[in-house]
Design a protein around this ligand. Structure first.
Ligand SMILES: CC(C)(COP(=O)(O)OP(=O)(O)OC[C@H]1O[C@@H](n2cnc3c(N)ncnc32)[C@H](O)[C@@H]1OP(=O)(O)O)[C@@H](O)C(=O)NCCC(=O)NCCS
Length: 176
């Protein structure tokens, strides 16, 4: 069972602010996402990011439609981020989403707070839907997007992993 499923002890009243990501956030967010990649088992990503590559891919690069960060109001620590971007295999009016919350985070509601902002911005920029592609073994990720209102769309079976294993990729869609 993946560690993200033990949520009982987390604080259910988050004290977080949500704002647009900036280039200055890149080193802290690279550390945040690299910890998730190193733990394995959830994100489909397998290679760590440099701050520069993360900024280009997810924060401010030309394919990025928007990216929001969740900030702890008391400590200023970045607790998570959510990116929405163009993906070559999707129509122009469908954005592709990725969500990452700190693995040592103590607060619940980071992903939901981020999605409220992303959903609003996606509507403002005129998208028709948001796509989320999730590993079929990422129960936390599947549950999270389902809870946000994403509906099952399609499955690509047996996508290869670096270690030789294979896992299905599930795509879910949120209509705007
Ligand atoms: C998936 C992820 C973004 C969720 O972020 P989060 O801040 O924990 O999400 P929230 O606290 O806002 O959760 C909202 C709802 O999603 C569901 N949920 C979130 N994480 C869950 C988990 N690990 N197991 C079961 N349900 C989960 C719950 O139903 C929750 O509702 P509840 O608070 O009423 O129980 C976070 O666990 C994460 O970063 N995972 C690793 C990266 C990843 O898998 N990203 C998704 C694919 S891109």
């Amino acid at each position: 069972m993946e560690p993200t499923s033990s949520r009982e002890s987390l604080d259910a009243s988050p004290r977080i602010d949500v704002r647009d990501a900036t280039p200055v956030d890149a080193p802290e967010l690279a550390e945040l996402i690299n910890a998730i990649i190193a733990r394995g088992g959830t994100t489909a990503l397998e290679e760590p990011f440099t701050p520069e590559r993360l900024a280009d891919a997810y924060l401010i690069g030309s394919s990025v439609l928007c990216c929001f960060v969740a900030v702890d109001r008391e400590t200023g620590r970045l607790e998570g981020f959510q990116t929405l971007g163009r993906y070559p295999e999707l129509p122009d009016d469908i954005g592709d989403i990725g969500t990452f919350a700190r693995i040592d985070g103590k607060q619940r509601g980071v992903g939901s707070a981020l999605f409220a902002a992303t959903r609003e911005r996606a509507r403002q920029i005129g998208l028709s839907a948001i796509n989320a592609t999730i590993r079929a073994d990422n129960i936390g990720g599947l549950t999270f997007y389902g809870k946000m209102g994403f509906m099952d769309h399609s499955v690509v079976p047996g996508v290869a992993l670096k270690d030789g294993g294979r896992v299905d990729r599930v795509s879910k869609r949120f209509p705007l």
